[in-house]
Structure formats: C-alpha cells, structure tokens
Design a protein around this ligand. Structure first.
Ligand code: TXA
Ligand code: MG
Length: 335
C-alpha cells in the first residue's frame, strides 16, 4: 500500500472521509500529537487500529468529535462540573472520561464501563471531524511502545506502507498527549497528566484528584495506558537527576555515541566534548513541544541518550516528566 502525506484541503478531506467510511484508518493532526483515526461505530475499523499499532487489546481508545457534535449521541451522564470544564478548556488538550452508553463499538473501551471523549482544537482536526461528522477513535499514531508523533513525517516513519493517508497539519504545538480526566465521580480525577494541569482544573471546579494505580495491582485499573511501557526511543536511555550525575555517566562511556537531552541552561553550560546536545528548551511549554521530536532525533544520532531531569516539576512539567521518565529507563544508572 502506498502511504500518501497530504496537506489539509477540500480534496484530501474528502479522500480521508472516503477511507474512513470504507472502514480504513487515517493519520490525523491534533494540537497534542498525531492520531491514527478510524470510525468509532465500526468494529472492524477499531480492531484495525489495534492491529496496525500493535496495541495491547486492553488499552482503550479516545473518541474524537468536532466542537458542534451533539455529545448526547454518545454520552448521557454529564455532571455540571464537566460542563464547566468543557466551557473552560474545550476544544483543547483535555479528554473527559464519561460513563459508557454502549453507543460506539465495544472494542473502543476494551471492557471498561467508560468512554473517553476529546474535542481537539487543531483547525485541521476540526475540519476532518466535521467532514466525517462521526466520532473518530484515535490513539497516538506511533507503533505501540514507540515515541508519540508530532509531525506527519513521524507518522510516516512508523506506518509507511500500512495506512493509505496522513493528513499533514504541521508540527503539533502542544507536543504531549492530552490530559485524561475522569468525570464519572464527585470530583474530576486526572488519569494522565498533560497540558491542562490539575491546578487549572481545580481553579475552574474547586477540586481535582489525581489517580495513582494501586501498586499491588489488586484494584481494577482505571486507565490501563498508565501501566504500559511507553514512548521509548530506539536507543539506550538513561535519566539523571543532576548535571553532575550525567557528566559522570557520560565520562564512563567508551566507543558509544552519546547524546545529552536537557533544558536550555544545562545545555548552554555543558562542558564535555564529543557528545551531541539536544536542547529541550527554556520553559514548560517549549519542553512539552520539543520532547518527542528530540527523542526521535536521538534514535538516529546516538547509541545512548542521557536525559537530565529539568528543575521545574510542577504545572505542565508533571506531564512532561511523566513522559520523560517512561521514555528514558533502559539503563540503570546506579550500576
Ligand atoms: O492527545 C491525545 O490524547 C492523543 C491525540 C491523538 O488525541 N491521543 C492519545 O491516545 O494519546 P492514546 O490511545 O495514545 O492514549 C489514550 C490514553 C491511554 O492511556 C488510555 O488508557 C486512556 O487514554 N483511556 C482511553 N479510554 C479510556 C477510558 N475509557 N478510561 C480511562 N482511560 C482511558
Ligand atoms: Mg499513545
């Protein structure tokens, strides 16, 4: 199969719609990362997404709709605070998890009694969702366990020959996946941190919890995605807590191509020669925006990627650190 990358135009949107209505999958831009979209009502399209990605079949998908889509077609329980969240943050990088009504394919939620719904703000995503006018389930458009894609080229690199069309909407500005927030209880609970932070949600509705899976694994997992190994570049990776630690690890290496991934100030002051420097940027938004692109770049230029944890740990950095820590774990630096 030939895989085409097409700018968003009336023609490419019409082609994307044809593919979707025929049960196929399409690469689509969003403001967070690119998605691999299919018709949420079509069992075989949903199964195809799992197959093409190599995704474990107990990890549910998010349904994406345009901003004027009637949510009552797929959701019935809607607490007042969920409306406040939609008014404050949507369209945007926030996914809300509602009780399921069984309207979309049962394969979407993988046996959970909930449905995750997202209204992306990216103009190209909105145009595509409006064109099809049905919920589109879309996981991040990367092979399972690989780094999420923030450009059409990243999607192509993982799915060349496996999907017919990638809609090109430029570089994803947000850079990390949406915040996933459960709205089935008394207060919202964050299942996956992202660009809409816990503080931002609490500011709007007065309270916001944060889900941490039971370490003993006894309780049923609310969001299976949080358990999986994720986002890994195809090179060795290590995560250091300080520049000194990174420098020590770097000096121990012989015969390996090494790259350092760190925030702007650390990169500017780095002294050891012979290593590639990958600058995450100055502030939390920049670091979110650059993270995945740099992890993918590292694969091509080094054997060992040494990441230094940025100083800032709160706000959007909760999401950035969540991804960075999952991505950079192949080498245990204590040995
Ligand atoms: O920004 C995003 O959310 C991107 C773009 C493409 O929209 N999508 C994305 O999808 O990141 P994916 O499939 O890579 O991650 C979805 C996450 C997983 O951690 C999954 O477990 C969780 O959302 N999830 C999906 N449905 C859920 C549900 N019903 N209850 C709890 N968690 C759910
Ligand atoms: Mg993903």
């Amino acid at each position: 199969m030939e895989t085409k990358i097409a700018a968003i135009s009336p023609e490419s949107l019409a082609e994307a719609k044809r593919i979707i209505m025929d049960g196929g999958v399409v690469g689509m831009p969003t403001e967070t990362v690119y998605g691999l979209g299919g018709n949420a009502f079509d069992d075989s399209a949903v199964k195809k997404i799992f197959e093409v990605k190599g995704r474990p079949n107990d990890n549910p998908l998010i349904a994406h709709v345009h901003k004027d889509y009637d949510l009552l077609k797929i959701v019935d329980y809607d607490p007042p605070y969920a409306k406040l969240l939609r008014d404050a943050f949507l369209p945007g990088p926030l996914t809300l998890v509602y009780p399921s009504t069984g309207k979309v394919s049962p394969y979407v939620s993988c046996g959970l009694d909930t449905l995750a719904v997202r209204i992306p703000s990216h103009a190209g995503a909105q145009a595509f969702l409006r064109e099809v006018d049905i919920p589109i389930v879309a996981p991040s458009a990367n092979l399972s366990k690989h780094v999420s894609p923030t450009s059409a080229q990243h999607v192509y690199d993982d799915f060349q020959g496996k999907i017919p069309l990638i809609l090109d909407g430029g570089i994803s500005e947000g850079g990390i996946e949406s915040t996933v927030c459960d709205v089935t209880g008394e207060i919202p609970v964050i299942l996956r941190p992202g660009l809409v932070t816990r503080e931002m949600i609490a500011d709007v509705v007065g309270a916001c919890g944060e889900y941490t899976p039971d370490p003993n694994g006894k309780e049923k997992v609310k969001s299976p995605g949080v358990l999986y190994k994720h986002y890994s570049p195809r090179c060795e990776t290590a995560l250091c807590q300080s520049v000194e630690e990174a420098a020590r690890l770097c000096e121990k290496q012989t015969g390996k191509r090494v790259a350092i991934l760190a925030e702007d100030g650390v990169i500017a002051a780095w002294k050891i020669g012979g290593v590639k420097l990958l600058n995450l940027g100055k502030d939390e938004r920049e670091m979110a925006n650059r993270l995945y692109g740099l992890l993918r770049e590292a694969e091509g230029i080094c054997d060992l990627l040494i990441a230094v944890e940025p100083e800032k740990k709160d706000g959007v950095m909760v999401g950035v650190l969540n991804r960075l820590r999952k991505a950079c774990t192949s080498v245990d630096i204590r040995h």
